[in-house]
Design a binder for this molecule. Structure first.
Ligand code: BTN
Length: 322
C-alpha cells in the first residue's frame, strides 16, 4: 500500500494523530509525513493540523482516487495500476497513450469527467464531474479478434452484476453492449482493439455507468437514467467501482480458461431485453428484421426471420421493431 493510503488510515479515526507517531509507525521522516499530507490536501482531502496534536481527517473528496481504491481492492489483474484523471478527453483515448508507453495488463484508467467521451458507432458519451463511473481497462488477451464480441457481452453482464450487488436493482441488457433500467440507458460498454488477422494485440475494455446524475431538464431526459434516479438515493461510486473491478477481474480469469460466452450466457439471457421481441438490426451491409432468440456461444445475436430462417448477427445496432 502506498504511503498516502497508510497515512489516511492513520488520521481517519476521528481524533488527532501526531506527526511523530505517524513517522515512527511508517518508518519515514516527519517532513515526509508533511509532504504526503500536502499531497492529500491537493487531492481534495481536508486535513486539520494542530501544533502538538498532529493531523486529523475532516472530510474526503467525492472522487475515485487510487488511494481509496487500492487498499480495498481484492483483484489479481484488474487494477494492478490505477491512473486517475480529474478531467480527460476520454479514458479510452488516454488508455491508448498508456499502451504506447508499455502499460501493464490490468491497468485501469478512471476519469471524474470526460470532455470528449466516446460511445459506440461514433456517438458521444457525456461524463459530468463526479457523478458517473467512466473507466477503461487495458488487456493483452491471447484471443482471436472474433472473441471480442464475447468480451463485450460478458463485460456488460459483469457490470450488471456489480450494479445488482451494490444497489439491489436488476438492470436489463441490450445486445451488444447497453445497460438499461426501465427503458432508460444506464450505461454502456465499448471494446476497442488492435489486432492482426488471427491475434489480438491489445484491448481497451471501457465502461460508462450513470451513477448520481440527474437528467431531469437535460437533453437526455427520458433517454438516460442514473442509479440515483432508479433507486431514489445517492449511490457510493467507490463501492460500485470496487464491485465492478472485482467482477472484471473474475471475467478476465474466466476468459483465460474458456473463450466462449458459456459462463455468462444464462445470466445475459435472463437480463436480455430483446429476448422474444421483434427487432431490426442495422449492420454495415444492410439490415434484418425478425424475432430475437437470445445469443449463441460466440456472443452473436440469434434472429429468426418471418420465413423461419435463422441468422446469427456478429455486430450491429438493434432496435425494437414498432
Ligand atoms: C455506448 O453505450 O455507446 C458505450 C459507452 C462507453 C462509455 C465509456 S465511459 C469510459 C470510456 N471512455 C470513453 O470515452 N468511452 C467509454
Amino acid at each position: 500500500m502506498n504511503k498516502e493510503a497508510l497515512i489516511l488510515a492513520e488520521i481517519s479515526g476521528g481524533g488527532f494523530r501526531s506527526g511523530e507517531e505517524i513517522s515512527s509507525k511508517l518508518g519515514i521522516t516527519r517532513s515526509a509525513v508533511w509532504k504526503h499530507i500536502a499531497k492529500l490536501r491537493q487531492c481534495g482531502y481536508m486535513i486539520e493540523a494542530r501544533p502538538h496534536e498532529g493531523y486529523k481527517l475532516v472530510s474526503k473528496p467525492d472522487k475515485l482516487l487510487p488511494v481509496e481504491i487500492t487498499p480495498r481492492l481484492e483483484t489479481r489483474t484488474v487494477g494492478r495500476r490505477i491512473v486517475h484523471f480529474d478531467s480527460v478527453d476520454s479514458t479510452t483515448r488516454a488508455a491508448r497513450d498508456l499502451i504506447d508507453a508499455g502499460a501493464a495488463e490490468g491497468t485501469v484508467v478512471i476519469a471524474e469527467s470526460q470532455t470528449a467521451g466516446r460511445g459506440r458507432l461514433g456517438k458521444n458519451w457525456i461524463t459530468r464531474s463526479g457523478s458517473a463511473i467512466a473507466i477503461s481497462v487495458i488487456l493483452y488477451p491471447d484471443l482471436p479478434p472474433s472473441g471480442m464480441s464475447v468480451l463485450s457481452l460478458a463485460t456488460a453482464t459483469a457490470a450488471a452484476r456489480a450494479i445488482r450487488k451494490t444497489t439491489g436493482i436488476e438492470p436489463n441488457l441490450k445486445w451488444p453492449n447497453d445497460i438499461y433500467f426501465r427503458g432508460g440507458k444506464l450505461g454502456g460498454v465499448l471494446v476497442e482493439i488492435s489486432a492482426e488477422l488471427d491475434r489480438v494485440r491489445w484491448v481497451i475494455d471501457s465502461i460508462g455507468i450513470n451513477v448520481n446524475d440527474d437528467f431531469r431538464g437535460t437533453e437526455l431526459e427520458g433517454e438516460a437514467i442514473s442509479l440515483r434516479e432508479a433507486t431514489g438515493e445517492r449511490v457510493q461510486r467507490l463501492d460500485l467501482l470496487l464491485a465492478l473491478l472485482g467482477e472484471l477481474d473474475r471475467l478476465w480469469k474466466v476468459m483465460g480458461d474458456d473463450r466462449s460466452m458459456d459462463r455468462y450466457r444464462d445470466e445475459f439471457e435472463a437480463l436480455d431485453m430483446l429476448q422474444g421481441c421483434e427487432v431490426s438490426i442495422s449492420m454495415p451491409g444492410g439490415s434484418i428484421t425478425g424475432r430475437a432468440e437470445g445469443i449463441d456461444r460466440e456472443g452473436r445475436l440469434v434472429v429468426r426471420s418471418a420465413d423461419g430462417s435463422i441468422s446469427s448477427v456478429f455486430s450491429g445496432e438493434a432496435t425494437l421493431a414498432p
